[in-house]
Design a protein around this ligand. Structure first.
Ligand SMILES: Cc1cc2nc3c(=O)[nH]c(=O)nc-3n(C[C@H](O)[C@H](O)[C@H](O)COP(=O)(O)OP(=O)(O)OC[C@H]3O[C@@H](n4cnc5c(N)ncnc54)[C@H](O)[C@@H]3O)c2cc1C
Length: 385
């Protein structure tokens, strides 16, 4: 069974999808279990992805990338996450700090920081979350104080993908304390990770997406040039909100890839396994379970591609991005749960792909905004005539 067929994918994105599938088959799938079990960073696969022109290629051609648009990124992401979510996350996070910079930064910033990421010479990260604050973007406490022609950063960041491995991160910090303007108190900065006062270490081992690495960053009088501010001071919240509207379409594809993996794996298992003298796929309860999984998957995929088009066209973007992220990531949780049940006792063996998928699906329902926050956005931004 192969679920990620391309009739729903716009024609211009199908070549990228085919390239991503070939790369995933050759480089991601065969190494997925090993990286999951030993929790190692897939350095060689990342380098292969950079060489293949499939990492950081949303970066516009003007800055050395292939300028993938959202449908191309979505098509690539489905394929990568089906092969393995942990490795896929590492590949995608290499450019996590770039979009806000190439959309809102200066040409000098793009030349110095974005181009090397597109060319595979650097990697970036996005540092927003903190140990005490995750969902509340207006509550982040890390400060950036202007001192002459520098900003001085103090505070902590947590969960930051590539916080150790990256050459620079786009960092969200408080530049004002105006209670009457909660959405205007934060700004975004480019912070090279070799700056004095930037200290990062890996957070403890995770139970899921183990081939990706997140960091705890401590900033102590970390001085960066004032020209590392991205866009205007105080615009951070809005730049981030805009970025997440694209990001949530991409995270929907994390759910679709994981959901496809769970269903395909389960389909194969139930057709191989015999009990009571026949294949367990002969039992109607199992057939109905598979039917439910397929219905949920196809609903989520149709919604995601519709939402992708809406976001591309600029129609109620916050609403569609939240709808699709919530639906696709929760579909993955549901089908993985059913897939585990149909695997019987073998479901819990560490070496089984379904056990890996079952753990990985726990993450996309949390990152890029926990799904409760998405529900707030769906209600709050629903189109009202
Ligand atoms: C593997 C992984 C990678 C990550 N990568 C990055 C990264 O690269 N950069 C980065 O900045 N962050 C990253 N994050 C952080 C992620 O974005 C946060 O974990 C997420 O925003 C939730 O924040 P929190 O964990 O602090 O949970 P909290 O904000 O403490 O929320 C805990 C729970 O409370 C509930 N809740 C909170 N607020 C509300 C509300 N208003 N209404 C209803 N319920 C609510 C929800 O159930 C939520 O799950 C990553 C996280 C993970 C797990």
């Amino acid at each position: 069974m192969e679920l990620l067929e391309d009739s729903i994918v716009p024609e211009h994105a199908r070549d990228v999808k085919a390239e991503a599938r070939e790369f995933a088959r050759e480089h991601i799938e065969p190494n997925a279990q090993e990286h999951f079990q030993d929790g190692t960073y897939p350095e060689e696969i990342l380098e292969a992805g950079q060489e293949a022109g499939l990492v950081a290629q949303d970066i516009p051609e003007a800055w050395g990338g292939r300028g993938f648009d959202l449908p191309q990124l979505l098509a690539l992401t489905e394929e990568f996450y089906r092969a393995d979510a942990g490795i896929a996350l590492t590949l995608q996070l290499a450019s996590f700090g770039c979009e806000i910079t190439y959309e809102h930064g200066t040409d000098e910033q793009c030349e110095e920081f974005v181009r090397p990421v597109a060319e595979g010479e650097m990697r970036s990260g996005l540092a927003v979350s903190e140990p005490d604050t995750g969902s509340d973007l207006t509550g982040m406490e890390t400060t950036a104080e202007r001192d002459g022609d520098e900003y001085v950063l103090n505070g902590e960041k947590y969960w930051i993908g590539n916080g150790v491995e990256a050459d620079w991160v786009t960092l969200y910090a408080r530049t004002d304390d105006d209670e009457t303007n909660r959405y205007g108190n934060h700004s975004l900065f480019i912070v090279p990770t070799d700056t004095d006062g930037y200290d990062a270490e890996h957070i403890p081992e995770k139970m899921a997406m183990r081939a990706s690495k997140q960091a705890h960053i401590e900033l102590e009088d970390c001085r960066i040039p004032a020209e590392n501010l991205i866009g205007a001071e105080g615009a951070g919240f809005w730049l981030l909100a805009e970025f997440f509207n694209h990001g949530r379409i991409v995270v929907s594809a994390h759910g679709l890839g994981l959901g496809a993996a769970a269903i395909e794996e389960t389909w194969e298992f139930v057709h191989d396994r015999e009990q009571f003298g026949r294949s367990i796929s002969d039992f109607q309860a199992v057939q109905h379970g598979l039917a439910e999984m397929l219905m949920a998957f196809e609903r989520a995929r149709a919604l995601t591609w519709r939402a992708c088009q809406k976001v591309e066209n600029g129609d109620d973007v916050g609403y569609w991005a939240a709808l699709s992220k919530t639906n696709a990531t929760e579909m993955a949780v549901d089908v993985a749960e059913q897939g585990m049940q149909f695997h019987g006792g073998r479901s819990i063996l560490d070496e089984r792909r379904i056990a890996r998928v079952y753990r990985d699906v726990r993450i996309p329902v949390i990152y890029e905004g926990a799904n409760e926050i998405q529900r707030n956005l769906i209600y709050g931004q629903a189109p009202r005539s």
